[in-house]
Design a binder for this molecule. Structure first.
Ligand code: F6P
Length: 501
């Protein structure tokens, strides 16, 4: 496998950038839409307008060549069939199998059958809690479900619960992640122990924050009068380590397991989605999976020039490696998606924050940058000034929904205005020159769907997963490990034990 600096398209892109740089220096040309590559890409329920980028048809072709040379789609096919693509942990990365019906046998094990059995158990349990058939220790049905998890065991469920709140018709569901005890206390404010169910959600079942909250939840139940012998009725576990969950005190039949081949930040599709299933029902979870699966198929089969996740990844590489961009902004113009930047921050920064390549060599090119963002309305009144007039180059994804425009037309008008002004620049008449000059030529992609629903959410998340996959392929790094966060955990434990530094 050639390393990225040796890929022919990579080298051509370097000189191509100089040509575009000169072209782009002419503000009139940069602002002329007829000179830009007017690219619109469709993927499942999503349409992306990529017309506001610093690319020409040649750039696109070179980027597509780069993806081909890095073997993006070939490697994705290997991932789908269960090859151990997570090399440092010797594991496959099969989150895609959780949203597919395709038969899959890996190492002689019928994974499809295992997945189907697990999903059936989750559906049955969620239905029992929703119908009131599952009861707490005193016989009361469940009114509140609290997911205790952090990182990938929290961000996906928390995002999906907010995003799909309009579909919630089951018990009230909340997510608590923070180690600060006030977070759990706030979530339990209006809960009764007799009618509250906790989901202890942790892939490893060894995470400090989650276990601390689980212990506090147990104390709260006991203090609230639940007899010690029956307290386990109020806990289920979602984990890849059911043995630890049982040792902690969760009954075996109340452990919902998933394979270690599901990375934490890719785990919403696994039993980690249980809290969503309880809140919204199985049809919503099925639609979420359907949307994601449509993008898996799109990513696997569509030529790179029209392949949305691949293009998102390649545009990210274009700005990171050829224009020196350090950051990328995500701006959903939909309040229910306000947690999307948090979710994507883990997905992108934990996956791509790497300095060693797949062969164990130090990388000699930039890898992942900073992802940040906020719901669009807030962003406009907080940090968009820096994108409009600052000196940094920060490409943005602007995400809009037609059904949001029906609720409040000014939301999408604002979204499209940002894309246009970022691109074309302009002058603020009221400002003394040159303080009112906006240079323009700031890149953005407008991603649109008709509705914010489970299917479009699934599609959107899968697009970003495969964007990350594309970038990891080109950068020749492992997107599925996160060794960098381990040392800090160990040092915190040693500080807690009072060991000298
Ligand atoms: O510390 C980072 C991390 O390992 C993430 O990768 C993971 O999503 C999170 O912690 C939570 O881990 P677990 O699900 O094992 O509790």
């Amino acid at each position: 496998m050639p390393r990225p600096t040796e890929l022919p398209a990579w080298q051509q892109l370097h000189s191509h950038r100089q040509t575009l740089d000169a072209w782009r220096a002419d503000a009139a040309l940069a602002a002329d839409p007829s000179r830009r590559e007017r690219l619109t890409v469709e993927a499942g329920p999503l349409t992306a307008d990529c017309a506001h980028h610093r690319i020409s048809g040649d750039t696109l072709q070179l980027l597509a060549e780069l993806a081909d040379q890095a073997g993006v789609q070939t490697r994705f096919a290997r991932m789908l069939r269960g090859d151990p693509v997570n090399l440092t942990e010797g594991r496959s990365a099969l989150h895609t199998a959780l949203r597919s019906d395709t038969p899959l046998v890996v190492g002689g094990t019928d994974l499809r059958a295992n997945i189907a059995a697990g999903q059936q158990a989750e559906r049955e349990f969620a239905a029992a809690v929703r119908s009131g058939d599952w009861r707490g220790a005193s016989g009361a049905s469940i009114r509140h479900v609290i997911n205790l998890g952090i990182g990938g065991s929290d961000l996906g469920p928390a995002l999906a619960l907010d995003a799909l709140a309009a579909s919630a018709d089951g018990p009230i569901a909340r997510c608590v992640s923070d180690l600060d005890p006030r977070a759990l206390a706030a979530a339990l404010g209006d809960c009764e122990p007799a009618s509250t169910l906790f989901i202890v959600c942790s892939k490893t079942f060894g995470t400090l924050e989650t276990l601390a909250n689980a212990q506090r939840a147990r104390n709260w139940l006991l203090d609230g009068g639940i007899p010690p012998a029956q307290v386990q009725r109020h806990f289920v576990a979602v984990t890849a380590n059911p043995q630890r969950a049982r040792e902690w005190g969760v009954a075996g039949e109340q452990c919902f397991a998933f394979g270690d081949w599901v990375g934490g930040r890719y785990s919403l599709w696994s039993a980690v989605g249980l809290v969503l299933q309880i809140a919204c029902g199985s049809a919503v979870v099925a639609a979420l999976h359907r949307g994601a699966h449509a993008i898996d198929t799109h990513f696997a089969d569509t030529p790179i020039e029209r392949n949305l996740p691949a293009l998102m990844g390649l545009l990210g590489i274009w700005y990171r490696n050829f224009w020196g961009a350090q950051a990328h902004a995500v701006l959903p113009y939909a309040w229910p998606l306000r947690r999307l930047p948090d979710y994507l921050q883990q997905l992108e920064m934990e996956s791509l924050g790497k300095r060693t390549d797949l062969d164990g060599h130090p990388v000699t090119w930039d890898t992942g940058g900073v992802l940040f963002g906020a719901a669009g309305s807030h962003a406009q009144h907080a940090f968009l000034q820096l994108l409009h007039q600052g000196t940094a180059l920060i490409p943005a994804d602007i995400i809009v929904f037609d059904d949001t425009a029906a609720l409040e037309p000014a939301l999408n008008a604002n979204a499209h205005a940002q894309a246009r002004v970022l691109c074309t620049g302009g002058q603020v008449a009221a400002a003394p020159a040159p303080h009112g000059d906006l240079p323009g030529n700031q890149p953005s992609t407008v991603i649109r769907a008709e509705r914010l629903d489970a299917e479009s959410l699934g599609a959107l998340l899968a697009c970003y997963e495969h964007k990350v996959f594309t970038q990891a392929c080109v950068w020749h790094i492992n997107a599925f490990d996160q060794w960098g966060v381990e040392l800090g955990k160990q040092v915190a434990q040693s500080i807690l034990r009072g060991e000298p530094g």
